[in-house]
Design a protein around this ligand. Structure first.
Ligand code: AMP
Ligand code: FE
Ligand code: FE
Ligand code: ZN
Length: 289
């Protein structure tokens, strides 16, 4: 019997609201996704599911499908590896404990970075708070917005290229679990894990064949190989490894509102791949608007 698909395309499975470092509220983001012509969007804020409820209400109102998700911060040595997770149980205690720990580490790390920047520039923690929605996952983008507001940078991208770049000396890493452990936590919570932009500089170096093999063994579902920040050479290498290990390939925009140039639908995911994500995800439900 043929299964009737309940979602429509285009499908974009990576977007950030003001619950993390996007510039639009979850409801505004979902309305923008519909306005851009998407049939399905995933909300994937960094280390938070706080936007799911408002995004679900908005998806029903504008009649698009919402895939609840998150971009989980993980780390291998000094490389920050982002793990997209879909359709997991947001109340799973082990996952929640780890995500809470990461959010706390992000907060103290941002305070320490701002203290150091504040020795050389007119910038205070209050300036950062003024750019941050209460309860949001704090990141360098909020520090960037504060630097822009104080006139120390022209825009977010300029702040990242200058004061927030690790070469400037203010950068500090924060605690995050190993990607292998994060994959296990996401699967145990009924979710579907996909490595975000795995072919960017920094991440590509740590996604070796042997490490990828171990992650596949732990339940990795796929690789986000269609993403504007992926570099061509590692992307080609990872396409081959995806075939070898039976990994699915996704494509998405990584929309951040006006916080980044990424536009909805600039990369998309095949409906057959979303069919599999929905079949394997059993910690939460898509919202078919
Ligand atoms: P953090 O996790 O706090 O170190 O900050 C990393 C976040 O900053 C990423 O999730 C990106 O969304 C954002 N980001 C990185 N580079 C840039 C850039 N050049 N312009 C705007 N946002 C950026
Ligand atoms: Fe981000
Ligand atoms: Fe990311
Ligand atoms: Zn992202």
């Amino acid at each position: 019997m043929a299964v009737v698909r309940q979602f429509q395309g285009p499908i974009d499975l990576h977007a950030h609201s003001s619950v993390s470092d996007g510039t639009e509220t979850p409801a505004e983001l979902v309305r923008a996704a519909a306005g851009a012509g998407l049939g399905t969007v995933a909300l994937t804020d960094h280390d938070s599911t706080a936007g799911w409820a408002a995004a679900s209400t908005a998806a029903r109102a504008v009649r698009i499908t919402l895939i609840p998700g998150m971009e989980f911060s993980t780390r291998v040595q000094y490389a920050s590896v982002h793990l997209l997770a879909y359709l997991f149980d947001p109340a799973d205690s082990a996952l929640l404990a780890e995500v809470t720990r990461v959010r706390a580490a992000r907060l103290s790390r941002a305070e320490q970075m701002v203290a150091r920047i504040g020795m050389d520039y007119d910038l205070s923690w209050d300036d950062v708070l003024a750019q941050t929605t209460p309860g949001a996952t704090v990141g360098r983008p909020h520090i960037a917005d504060a630097l822009v507001a104080r006139g120390h940078a022209l825009n977010r991208s300029a702040a990242f290229a200058d004061i927030l770049h690790w070469k400037a000396g203010y950068f500090q890493p924060h605690y995050a679990p190993d990607p292998l452990h994060a994959i296990e936590l996401v699967r145990a919570a009924g979710g579907v894990p996909v490595i975000a932009h795995p072919a960017t500089r920094g991440i590509a170096d740590v996604v070796s064949e042997s490490r990828l093999k171990t992650m596949v063994g732990a339940g990795l579902f796929g690789l986000e190989l269609e993403h504007r920040e992926n570099n061509p050479e590692p992307t080609a290498r990872l396409y081959e490894l995806a075939t070898k290990f039976g990994l699915y390939v996704t494509g998405s925009s990584d929309y951040h509102g006006t916080g980044k140039p990424n536009r909805f639908g600039e990369n998309t995911t095949a409906p057959e791949v979303l069919d599999r994500i929905i079949a394997e995800g059993h910690g939460s439900e898509p919202v078919y608007g």
